[in-house]
Design a protein around this ligand. Structure first.
Ligand code: ADP
Ligand code: MG
Length: 388
């Protein structure tokens, strides 16, 4: 395999915050990044060498990328797999279109898990109203999720009954869905790993995640779970990466329900719950993405401290509907706290605007500092993961 060395140009599909951190990691090694994202105001586009602001399936834009970039990756799973296939005819693309295709369609994803004997919760594929009528009654109460293009809880409806499921299905214009049984969750976990073309695989420490309104709120690392459970999650994520013949950074989300592990979903890219690797690990999930893409050896994923990451959503920029600016100086006065803002010009409720990570030796103390820090800047305090 040829190694792509700096100062080559790398291409990136998607220009969100995950892409912004990829650009920073690539730059650190002396690469330059060209970003394709239709949004002219994209966080990665702002700091890229070049930002092509057009659709992901615009052939002339894709041609411009292949003409100028030595390798191309993605930070966004909803990029058309066809575009990745097209690019791959000319340059190295990692992860490959077929791996991304599995992760971007909940039906294909569940089928993949099933075929490989990987644990997943009870579900049914819903393509018509008749499928809802025929669904096992054990799937209620459940969650109906559109098969494609959902994220951050979008395209999902909690349904108690068949009638509610039908209503939600029609509300989503009869789009194909999966109906999952609503599990009672002991915990949510994620494993982020990187895999190279030679099969070298490096797993980051397992994160324990808590969500608010379907959006990641806080990640705690290492997860406060038995070592054997963390090891099963890692093994399961490794199995997935190998079965997908994956190249790049991959995230696997897990549920723990009644002490049992099941895979929730995969993301063919760095993950929000892996932001902590920027500040706590020897190599970040973004640096691994650059290394895997360029055929370089993967770095050491180990963490040199415990970490608690807190997402900062656009809600924080409003007080009873009135615009406000969070008190960044108060936050920045806290030792061992790293603040990252994504340079988005407009805050909207639910929009990911930034995050901070608190580092330290003692997890309960770090968690308490993180909770105190977000209170200082006015984050609503209705989710306090495991704090007495
Ligand atoms: P997204 O693509 O938006 O991340 P997920 O399928 O991961 O979608 O769902 C978002 C969150 O909703 C999960 O992290 C979890 O908190 C909750 N959730 C999703 N599916 C289930 C389920 N079957 N049972 C219980 N909670 C669920
Ligand atoms: Mg998820």
């Amino acid at each position: 395999m040829t190694v792509i060395l700096p100062p080559a140009n790398l291409g990136l599909l998607g220009g969100g915050q995950l892409g912004r951190f990829f650009v920073q990691a690539a730059r650190e090694l002396g690469y330059q990044v060209w970003v394709l994202d239709p949004d002219p105001d994209s966080p990665a586009g702002h700091i890229a060498e070049r930002h092509i602001a057009t659709a992901y399936d615009d052939r002339s834009a894709l041609d411009e990328l292949t003409a100028n970039c030595a390798a191309i990756t993605t930070e966004f799973e909803n990029v058309p797999a066809l575009s990745l296939e097209y690019l791959a005819q000319t340059v190295r693309v990692a992860p490959a279109a077929d791996a991304v295709a599995v992760c971007q369609d909940r039906i294909a994803e569940k089928d993949f898990l099933h075929r490989h004997g990987l644990p997943h919760g009870p579900y049914a594929v819903i393509r018509s109203a008749a499928d809802i009528q025929a669904a096992d009654s054990a799937l209620f109460p459940g969650i109906l999720k559109v098969a494609r293009f959902g994220y951050d809880g979008k395209g999902q409806s909690r349904v108690s009954t068949r009638d509610e499921a039908l209503e939600a299905f029609h509300r989503n214009a009869d789009k194909s869905c999966v109906l999952e049984a609503l599990l009672s969750l002991d915990a949510e976990l994620s494993v982020v790993l990187a895999r190279s073309e030679t099969g070298q695989t490096e797993c980051f420490p397992v994160a324990e995640n808590s969500h608010r309104q379907g959006i990641l709120d806080v990640s705690i690392v290492p997860a406060r779970i038995p070592a054997a459970l963390a090891e099963s999650a890692r093994q399961c994520a490794l199995k997935i990466a190998t079965a997908l013949d994956y190249v790049g950074t991959l995230a696997v989300e897990f549920f723990v329900s009644n002490g049992t592990l099941s895979v929730n979903e995969m993301a063919p890219r760095p993950h929000n719950s892996g932001h902590y690797t920027l500040d706590a690990c020897q190599t970040s999930q973004y640096a691994q993405q650059v290394r895997a893409l360029c055929g370089l050896p993967l770095g050491d994923p180990s963490a040199s401290s415990v970490a608690v990451m807190v997402n900062l959503l656009g809600d924080l920029w409003f007080d009873s509907g009135e615009p406000r600016e969070p008190d960044w100086p108060a936050l920045l006065a806290i030792p061992d706290l790293r603040l990252h803002l994504y340079g988005k010009s407009k805050a909207r409720p639910g929009r990911k605007m930034g995050h901070f990570t608190v580092l330290g030796r003692d997890l309960p103390a770090v968690l308490a500092t993180a909770m105190h820090a977000r209170q200082l800047i006015g984050v609503r305090d209705d989710n306090r993961p495991g704090v007495a």
